[in-house]
Write a protein that binds this ligand. Structure first.
Ligand SMILES: [Zn+2]
Length: 112
């Protein structure tokens, strides 16, 4: 058989969760435009702003929206962006999302 008619069930969408802790529209965070914006922003702002406030220099890993898109924040406006390291970002999203476990990453939910 030259090809299989079997349809793939969008594996790229189910498996790819770069921002697991953020309960927002994942399709936005997966979009090329956002990734470009995010990368460009962090090139200009390579350090975590929260850590800098506390006098630490930490490499930023996440571009965060100060006002969430859900709340009407501008998704691509640099004035609504801030560079955060992972732990500051997790702390922030932990505070924002109700019921989200603050100490994430325990990896306790293995399906088998
Ligand atoms: Zn930080």
């Amino acid at each position: 058989m030259p090809y299989r008619p079997e349809k793939k069930k969008r594996p790229w969408r189910d498996d790819y969760k770069p921002f697991q802790s953020v309960r927002e529209d994942h399709s936005f965070y997966n979009s090329r435009k956002w990734r470009k914006t995010s990368t460009a922003y962090r090139e200009k702002n390579p350090f975590c702003v929260k850590c800098q406030e506390e006098g630490r220099i930490t490499q930023a890993e996440v571009t965060d929206h100060i006002v969430r898109i859900k709340d009407g924040g501008e998704p691509y406006d640099e004035r609504n962006l801030q560079a955060l390291c992972k732990s500051c970002h997790n702390r922030k999203s932990g505070k924002e999302a109700h019921g989200y476990k603050e100490k994430g990453g325990r990896g306790s939910k293995h399906p088998r």
